[in-house]
Design a protein around this ligand. Structure first.
Ligand code: TYD
Length: 140
């Protein structure tokens, strides 16, 4: 998974069931995603100016959703970078393995919902950028 690029990370419009009393968005496992959901977690109460992430994963796929509020996801494959702003609960960003990511510019009250393809496994993380560039076989 060290050959992936930021172009493999796609923005997925999610189904929205609307009626006069509001909306429901459903993510129906493999019907909508390229992976089985093994874990769900969410980030919240993020202090102003703080960032999260700052790591890559070797095998983990994730769908990242702004369940409330907004934030930016910086995607970096060692050669190219891009920033995706998430600000709607009916849009997800699929992040494939082998991509360095940082989560930035959280709005007040933002909730970052993450659907993940594996259970938590610390050995799947690459937490130092230098190690990440080595993993990608790129010069530091
Ligand atoms: P981390 O993934 O580094 O957070 P972020 O990318 O949002 O900055 O995780 C932060 C801490 O939480 C770290 O000590 C590991 C722990 N953690 C778990 O125990 N289980 C999990 O599923 C996750 C995502 C994190």
């Amino acid at each position: 998974m060290n050959k992936t690029s930021i172009n493999d990370c796609v923005i997925l419009p999610l189904t929205k069931i609307h009626n006069r009393a509001g909306n429901i968005t459903v993510i129906d496992g493999k019907k909508h995603l390229l992976f089985d959901i093994k874990r769900v977690y969410y980030l919240y109460d993020i202090p102003g100016g703080e960032g999260r992430g700052g790591h890559a994963h070797k095998a983990l796929f994730q769908l990242i959703i702004a369940a409330s509020g907004a934030f930016d996801v910086l995607l970096d494959d060692g050669q190219n970078k891009k920033i995706v702003t998430l600000n709607r609960p009916d849009v997800g960003l699929m992040v494939v393995p082998g991509i360095w990511r940082e989560l930035l510019e959280f709005s007040s009250g933002a909730i970052c919902l993450v659907l993940a393809s594996t259970v938590y496994f610390e050995n799947d993380y690459i937490r130092k950028y230098e190690d990440y560039m080595n993993y990608k076989n790129l010069p530091v």
